[in-house]
Ligand binder design. Structure first.
Ligand code: HEC
Length: 109
């Protein structure tokens, strides 16, 4: 019985400590840059593949792409051929983030 208050107090301290660090971690993840990668997985991987090379339905190999960042932004915004426009799906900032991620695909190999 003598130990009960200590156990409760320790439990509360652990809860506070864990709750605090979870919230901080969630905040860091939200602000960090993997957003472009997440957007790519959600919207682009289907045709382009996780490495940009899938080429489904005539999609270009993004790892071999030679167009400029501005041209990529324009193409993702307005679409081209079988690729649909993303201007009503993603914000301008999201398009920039996903294009910046796309541009890292060719440089890793
Ligand atoms: C429905 C399938 C499909 C999806 C989904 C898709 N694309 Fe495409 N993408 C294509 C096709 C097809 C082309 C070739 C278009 C053409 O030149 O006629 C293309 C071309 C491109 C190009 C031009 C590459 C070059 O060198 O000319 C870029 C950049 C690109 N896509 C980025 C993206 C991004 C970023 C996303 C996600 C926001 C995305 N695509 C989603 C099908 C898709």
């Amino acid at each position: 019985m003598m130990k009960a208050p200590h156990t409760v107090l320790l439990g509360m301290l652990l809860l506070i400590a864990c709750g605090g660090s979870d919230a901080a971690e969630a905040g860091i993840v939200d602000d960090a840059s993997p957003k472009g990668q997440q957007l790519f997985k959600m919207h682009c991987e289907l045709c382009h593949g996780s490495d940009g090379k899938l080429g489904f339905n005539g999609a270009k190999d993004l790892a071999a792409s030679t167009i400029t960042r501005a041209e990529m932004i324009a193409q993702v915004t307005n679409g081209k051929g079988k690729m649909m426009p993303y201007k009503n799906v993603l914000t301008a900032k999201e398009i920039e983030a996903v294009v910046d991620y796309t541009r890292t695909l060719g440089k890793t190999k």
